[in-house]
Structures are given as structure tokens and as C-alpha cells.
Design a protein around this ligand. Structure first.
Ligand code: HEC
Length: 393
């Protein structure tokens, strides 16, 4: 595909994904809030569980929460189903554009596993399908009625994180965890939640008493979706945080963030403060756990004086194939330098010294997937140059 068109397509799909996602998660948050905000009516009319008055944009609204008995199906019911579906479709397209269509540039990290682009794409798709099958079969199995189910489900999620982070690049692993959760959430809507509610309505409209256990089953899947929401949102923006997905123990970082996200959601649903407090504790732990350890070379600003010529030689060999006005790396030939970052002149190199240090010497997430084969000695030289003042002479 023409790379310019690919860039525009990327923008279009990303915008669509963002908007659909806001509508989906927005309604989900809204209903959780509604559910916890209804006030009982006195005297309560039959079928009404609570009511709520709201004001928005110049008008006043009154909403009733209700259940339907035999022969009472409501007219013109609105179903919230396309938000989730459209989010998934655009998300899948985006996954394809960013991770599968460019020879696995962001997905494959040879230092984790030297997958071929085909193998990486197939594994990604396999995780999406397999993730749903394992989850759904587990919750259809007799185990689902026992107390063991939640620990088992958590352990499986942890196992998935482990396998993903030992298959893909850090960001590839994080996004796939989000994609697996997102897929489960959408399929929960279509396979369990909507059909059960349709069945209840059909019974009601045929004059039968709707089977409330169907509603409870739908509710259970809906609760699972709730707990996955915040972890999914985090993984969707996680590629901006190389210190997290590039961490040597990225599996632990991601696992703890999933738990923290689920705990915060619990507080949002129940109003109890304890889960969010535990989540805050986990985050504080992560702040310390992921604090970058400065490379040895940088702590001793001594050692041999590094000349700027040495730095320029390394940057020219390892960085400017991407970070120059006209990149030569096939991934960026058409798109231009990533994030507009250019390291082609002494001034630009000196200005960016702190970020060069952070990404190349501390996180070691640059060069991207080490496509240019930088050595540890070269990282060391850059670190020493920064610790000696990062000057251009
Ligand atoms: C194969 C292409 C490629 C090579 C080679 C490469 N980079 Fe990058 N660089 C990227 C991409 C893509 C991004 C944006 C995504 C990201 O931040 O991870 C980026 C972003 C950056 C950023 C800005 C992000 C920030 O955190 O401030 C800096 C600084 C950077 N690179 C430095 C370097 C240095 C220094 C080298 C050489 C040692 C290098 N890069 C080599 C592709 C590359």
C-alpha cells in the first residue's frame, strides 16, 4: 500500500476507534453510575425499582429503572450494542495497520523471540481466538459454580501475560493483552448478554414470566467486562510508556497494573474505598520497582573523556536511519522521522541529550528493536558523554 495513504488510513481508523471507544466505555461508566444512583419511589409503581432526576445541557431528565413482567415488553427499546462492536472492528483494523502490516516492526523483538512476521501475525490472531475460547469454556464449565473460579481465572490471565511478554516486544505484548480482553468483552455482549436479554423480552411479550436467571447470567458477564475496562484502557495507551513495556520484568508490571485497574473499578462500582487504596499501594510499588537504574558509566562521570565526534559517529550509525529528515530505514522512508525526532545536526543531538540518554542508556528501548545493532559499549559511551555534560566539543 502507498505509505502516504497508509498514514491517512491510520489516522482515520484511529479516530474512529477513539470515538467508538469513548461511546462504549462512556455508556458503560454512565450505567454503572446510574445503577448506584437510583432513589426508591414512594409509593413504588409496579415494576419500578427506582428513579433518578438529572439535568444536562439545558433540560431536565427523569429515568426509571424497571423490570418487566409477563405481557409487558416495552416498545422501541434502544440496545447499546454497536458501540462495542464498532470499537472492536476499528481496533482490529488498527492492530492490523500498526502491528501486522509492517513486517512486525513493533511486534517482533528478536531479543525476546525471533519470530518471522507471518508467525508473529498468526500468534497474535491465535491469542485473540484462543483467549476467548479458554475464557468462555471456563465460565461454561462446572468450575464456574465453585469458589475456585475467580482464582483460576486470575491465574490464567497471569499466564497469558507471561506468555505474551515472552512472545512479543513489550508494547506488542501489552496491546495484545488489551486486544484479548477487548475481544472477550465484545463477544460477551453478543454471545451472552444480548441473547439472554432478548430471550427475556420475548418471553415477556408472549405473556410468559421472564426467567430472571437469564438476566443474572448476562449480569455476570457484564461484571467481567467491567473489571476488564480499566486494564484495557491502560493497554491502549501503554505504547507511550516505554519505561513500563520496556521493563525487563514487564510481565510483572502488566500483571500488577491489571489488578490495580480492576480494583479501582471495584471502588467505582461499590463505592468502597479499600480496593482503590490497595490499587494506589500497587502503583506506588510500581513507581519504585520501575525506577530506572542509571547505567554504571553514568554514575562515575569519570572515565575517559568522550569526544563529540565519537557520539556523532554512534548516532550516525545507529540512529539516523530513522531520525533524520529523510530516513533510510524502510519503515520510515515514506512516513518521515518518527515523532519528528531528528538527530542529524550537533544542535539537535545536544538538545535531545536527556531523552537520548533515557531511551538508549537507561530503558534501552532505542534504537527501535535494536534494528541498527547498537552495542553495550556504544550505549556506555553515550551515557558517559551525557554524564560529562553532553557538550558538542
Ligand atoms: C528503526 C527506527 C529507529 C531507530 C534506528 C532509532 N529510533 Fe528512536 N524512535 C523510533 C520510533 C518509532 C520512535 C517513536 C516511538 C517510541 O517513542 O517508542 C522513536 C522515538 C525516539 C525518541 C523520542 C521519544 C522520547 O521518549 O523522547 C528519541 C529521543 C529517540 N527515539 C532516540 C533514538 C536514538 C538516540 C537512537 C539511536 C541510538 C534511535 N532513537 C534509533 C525509531 C527509531
Amino acid at each position: 500500500m502507498n505509505p502516504e495513504i497508509q498514514e491517512w488510513l491510520h489516522l482515520l481508523v484511529r479516530m474512529a476507534h477513539l470515538i467508538a471507544g469513548i461511546m462504549w466505555i462512556g455508556t458503560s461508566f454512565y450505567f454503572v453510575w446510574l445503577d448506584s444512583s437510583f432513589k426508591p419511589m414512594v409509593p413504588a409503581p409496579p415494576g419500578v425499582d427506582g428513579e433518578l432526576y438529572m439535568v444536562h445541557g439545558g433540560f431536565f431528565y427523569r429515568v426509571e429503572k424497571r423490570h418487566f413482567g409477563a405481557g409487558e415488553a416495552p416498545p422501541g427499546l434502544h440496545w447499546f450494542k454497536w458501540e462495542a462492536t464498532f470499537t472492536w472492528i476499528t481496533g482490529f483494523l488498527l492492530l492490523w495497520l500498526v502491528y501486522y502490516s509492517n513486517q512486525g516492526a513493533y511486534l517482533i523483538d528478536p531479543s525476546v523471540k525471533a519470530l518471522s512476521p507471518h508467525a508473529a501475525t498468526l500468534s497474535g490472531l491465535g491469542f485473540l481466538v484462543g483467549g476467548w475460547l479458554v475464557y468462555d469454556l471456563l465460565f461454561r464449565s462446572p468450575l464456574a459454580k465453585t469458589k475456585l473460579i475467580n482464582p483460576i481465572a486470575l491465574a490464567l490471565a497471569g499466564g497469558l501475560v507471561w506468555v505474551l511478554t515472552h512472545t512479543f516486544s513489550g508494547r506488542g505484548a501489552f496491546i495484545h493483552l488489551g486486544a484479548v480482553f477487548g475481544t472477550i468483552m465484545v463477544l460477551n455482549v453478543w454471545v451472552h448478554i444480548l441473547p439472554n436479554q432478548r430471550k427475556m423480552l420475548k418471553d415477556a411479550s408472549e405473556g410468559k414470566t421472564p426467567d430472571q436467571s437469564l438476566g443474572l447470567k448476562a449480569k455476570r458477564r457484564s461484571i467481567h467486562n467491567s473489571y476488564m475496562t480499566l486494564p484495557v484502557l491502560f493497554t491502549m495507551i501503554s505504547n507511550h510508556f516505554a519505561n513500563l513495556h520496556g521493563h525487563p520484568q514487564s510481565w510483572l508490571v502488566l500483571s500488577l497494573l491489571i489488578v490495580a485497574g480492576a480494583l479501582v473499578r471495584r471502588t467505582m462500582i461499590t463505592g468502597h474505598k479499600l480496593p482503590a487504596t490497595i490499587a494506589a499501594g500497587l502503583i506506588v510499588f510500581l513507581v519504585f520497582f520501575t525506577a530506572p537504574k542509571a547505567p554504571a558509566a553514568a554514575t562515575t562521570s569519570g572515565g575517559e573523556k568522550v569526544s563529540f565526534a565519537q557520539v556523532q559517529t554512534i548516532i550516525a550509525a545507529r540512529c539516523t536511519s530513522c531520525h533524520a529528515p529523510k530516513p533510510t530505514d524502510e519503515l520510515f522512508v515514506a512516513a518521515g522521522p518518527p515523532l519528528g525526532i531528528m538527530l542529524d545536526t550537533p544542535e539537535r543531538i545536544v538538545n535531545l541529550a536527556p531523552r537520548i540518554y533515557e531511551r538508549t542508556c537507561v530503558q534501552k528501548t532505542m534504537p527501535l528493536m535494536n534494528r541498527t545493532g547498537i552495542t553495550e559499549e556504544e550505549r556506555d559511551v553515550l551515557a558517559r558523554w551525557v554524564s560529562q555534560g553532553a557538550t558538542n566539543h
